[in-house]
Ligand binder design. Structure first.
Ligand SMILES: NC(=O)c1ccc[n+]([C@@H]2O[C@H](COP(=O)([O-])OP(=O)(O)OC[C@H]3O[C@@H](n4cnc5c(N)ncnc54)[C@H](OP(=O)(O)O)[C@@H]3O)[C@@H](O)[C@H]2O)c1
Length: 315
């Protein structure tokens, strides 16, 4: 698909945001990077933000910092959730449903990337596929009805990596047992997330439901991604390269905030920075490689994801 200019030359910026008082946003992995910056922007407009984070200490620190910036009355809290553990996702989703009547958007932001050596989650998944795709698939499925009654949105944070790597879901060796590479397995996980999102758009339409699903990516942004998981070589390389080619985490958060709030966005689109091969620059509509829209692969992935997470969507 070709790229079009959705906004004026400077692209979407948070200056377009009006008051978000009364709105509630859920963000996964919001302790750092784009998720933390998205939280800041949403709080600055009066929204309530519930972070779904795996690390309690970091979450307490993040909330302390946010309250220092926005005052004690800032409505920011966290629910403990490890996307790598399906039971943890189930518990967190149950807690959300017990405590949160309105979900204006669920932002699926949390991720791990470029995991140096193959790791398998306790549920038996290659770690990036487990955290980035299966964890979010389950979370979205469990919260969908609440989002639907809220007339809300789901925002899936993808990556340009979806069109790199093997450009497919490797159904015959999902965990890369035969030949693991950090890059191919990360690329597969981001492709899976995006395929899920576009497939969900179709299913919502066919079922006559109203929830909007949008897909975005932060381009190349200076965040903590890679810092825990990547090989030493990739960490050093990225810490040097990112000073030259990447943008701030704050700008990296703009696409997800836009997708959570902006009216008039379209389906089957990818939003993010639009310059230098969609890595930095004005936020708008990026080119979308057809691999993310492959129906056969998406149907197979959906069935597999339902089986692996023991969650059957109601539509
Ligand atoms: N930075 C880039 O250049 C870039 C490029 C393309 C796409 N992206 C995407 O942008 C999104 C945000 O990443 P980022 O760059 O902001 O990286 P980041 O700073 O590392 O943020 C990722 C967040 O995900 C959380 N997380 C990791 N594993 C988790 C788990 N098992 N359960 C719950 N939370 C978990 C991390 O929590 P902890 O604080 O506990 O580690 C962290 O808060 C990701 O979806 C990533 O794939 C980033």
């Amino acid at each position: 698909m070709t790229q079009t200019n959705t906004f004026d030359p400077q692209g979407w910026t948070p200056e377009r945001l009006g008051s978000l008082m009364g709105k509630t946003y859920l963000i996964t992995g919001a302790n750092s990077g784009a998720g933390f910056q998205a939280t800041r922007t949403l709080l600055s407009k009066g929204a309530k933000v519930i972070m779904l984070n795996r690390n309690t200490q970091k979450s307490i620190l993040a909330i302390t910092n946010l309250k220092q910036e926005f005052g004690d009355k800032a409505e920011v809290s966290f629910i403990s959730m490890d996307l790598a553990i399906l039971d943890s996702v189930r518990e967190a989703a149950t807690q959300v449903l017990d405590t949160t009547k309105q979900i204006d958007a669920l932002i699926c932001n949390g991720a791990i990337a470029q995991v140096a050596k193959q790791e398998i989650t306790q549920d038996g998944f290659e770690s990036q596929l487990g955290v980035n795709h299966f964890g979010h698939f389950l979370l979205c499925g469990m919260l969908f009805d609440r989002i639907e009654t809220s007339q809300g949105r789901i925002v899936v944070v993808g990556s340009n990596a979806y069109k790199m790597g093997l450009k497919k879901i490797q159904f015959n060796d999902l965990n890369f047992d035969q030949k693991y590479t950090a890059w191919d397995s990360y690329a597969q996980s981001k492709l899976a997330q995006m395929m899920f999102a576009y497939q969900l758009q179709d299913r919502i339409k066919a079922a006559g439901k109203n929830t909007k699903v949008f897909v975005c990516h932060p381009g190349a942004s200076r965040t903590n991604l890679l810092m825990d998981t990547a090989s030493t070589f990739n960490k050093v390389l990225w810490s040097l390269l990112s000073r030259i080619i990447a943008q701030s985490a704050q700008k990296g958060a703009w696409p997800e905030v836009m997708c959570a709030t902006q009216d008039g966005l379209a389906q089957k689109r990818l939003y993010g920075p639009t310059k230098r091969a969609d890595t930095v620059g004005p936020v708008g509509e990026c080119s979308l490689d057809n691999v993310a829209l492959n129906q056969d692969m998406a149907n197979q992935l959906w069935a597999l994801s339902e089986e692996k997470t023991a969650l059957t969507w109601s539509f």
